[in-house]
Design a protein around this ligand. Structure first.
Ligand SMILES: C[S@@+](CC[C@H](N)C(=O)[O-])C[C@H]1O[C@@H](n2cnc3c(N)ncnc32)[C@H](O)[C@@H]1O
Length: 199
């Protein structure tokens, strides 16, 4: 996988050392995200027993995918990420969920990334990942391609930094084709936004 670009040079997701340090720091803060992950699970329009398919965009080591696979005990998940090192760590951390989760490596800042992912999903989710591309046009394009990955009747939820603003994110989600778009939680810099795809 070619190195992911980071226009602000904040992260080096292709470095094993950086990824392992980032994950260690994140582990200590993981408890703070459980409530928002639970809200995401409850917002998805499915029973806990439903055999849904989930796509976690920019999944990292799979914190959100793992939470959702425990909540939806018959679900399976695809974790998309652009970092081999994150995928390696995620496969290790989710070995208990073998058979229910797999990784697809691709760079969501590049047009056509969604074609590398086979199938359509009842639930497409993402956590603190999409803002990494920094460019507003690319975020809009990602929302556009994400729409094509959601099954009719399904849902996309993005817990992320609202760059530049929550209002813009909502506008782009509507432009992508999602309906009933709204903010499900607003924490200021970060929020949970999403919408549904008509049946
Ligand atoms: C801050 S981490 C969040 C990981 C995970 N979603 C979580 O909440 O723990 C951002 C993730 O986005 C991935 N990422 C960043 N830019 C990407 C890109 N252009 N394409 C695919 N993945 C990307 C990184 O590899 C990293 O795993």
């Amino acid at each position: 996988m070619p190195k992911l670009s980071d226009p602000w040079n904040h992260h080096d997701w292709s470095s094993r050392h950086y990824v392992s340090q980032w994950a260690e720091g994140q582990d200590q803060r993981e408890i703070d995200r459980q409530e928002i992950f639970r809200l995401m699970a409850k917002t998805l329009p499915y029973d806990q027993e439903a055999s849904i398919t989930i796509l976690d965009v920019g999944a990292g080591y799979g914190a959100l995918a793992q939470f959702l696979l425990k909540y939806f005990s018959n679900a399976t998940a695809v974790c998309q990420d652009g970092s081999d090192e994150m995928a390696k760590l995620g496969r290790k951390r989710m070995k208990d969920l073998k058979g229910r989760v797999k990784y697809v490596l691709c760079d969501f800042s590049k047009p056509g990334w969604s074609r590398k992912i086979k199938g359509r999903f009842e639930a497409v989710v993402s956590s603190i990942a999409i803002h990494n591309v920094r460019s507003l046009d690319i975020i809009r394009a990602i929302y556009g391609e994400t729409f094509s990955l959601v099954k009719p009747g399904g849902c996309f939820l993005n817990f992320d930094r609202m760059t530049p603003s929550l209002k813009d994110q909502i506008k782009w989600l509507k432009e992508a084709g999602f309906e009933d778009v709204k903010s499900f939680w607003d924490g200021g810099r970060r929020a949970l936004v999403g919408g549904f795809k008509k049946k």
